[in-house]
Design a protein around this ligand. Structure first.
Ligand SMILES: [Cu+2]
Length: 146
């Protein structure tokens, strides 16, 4: 009887723990080159409270990180990685930190990311304007006919 109730209590506690510990695994790209990068990236990710597993592949540049979603987030993990000099999809490394990396670790940076962004935005606007013009041209004659 007593053993059974202890067993049930343990079972209940385990259930509660797994309910609060929301383990999730996320995959994202992290820029880097070599084994030194791997150590730096993984150490940065693991320094975030709640991260249990962090594995970066220097060939695919893919990071796989498992963490407790009630303690941290993918955004926080990516920020920690960017803070040690490695670009992630959500956070870009500060150029000062990047320049302080050993030469072998200075992965190819996207040149002028802001200029590219502006170019893309402009393209979208032009496309929309053209689309609206075409739309107007197609519709106007119909209105006149009706
Ligand atoms: Cu490196």
């Amino acid at each position: 009887m007593k053993t059974r109730s202890i067993f049930l209590t343990i079972l209940f506690l385990l259930g509660t723990v797994s309910l609060f510990a929301q383990e999730v695994t996320k995959k994202f790209e992290v820029k880097g080159n070599c084994g030194m990068c791997e150590k730096r990236i993984e150490t940065a990710a693991k320094s975030v409270d709640g991260v249990t597993i962090a594995d970066w592949d220097k060939d695919t540049k893919m990071m796989e990180v498992t963490f407790d979603a009630s303690k941290t987030s993918e955004d926080a993990v990516q920020l920690a990685i960017a803070n040690v000099g490695h670009d992630t999809p959500m956070h870009k490394a500060d150029s000062k930190v990047y320049n302080d990396l050993p030469k072998c670790c200075q992965y190819p940076k996207d040149e002028h990311p802001h200029m590219d962004m502006q170019k893309d935005e402009k393209k979208d606007i032009d496309h929309d304007m053209y689309h609206d013009m075409k739309h107007d041209m197609n519709n106007k004659p119909k209105h006149e006919v009706q």
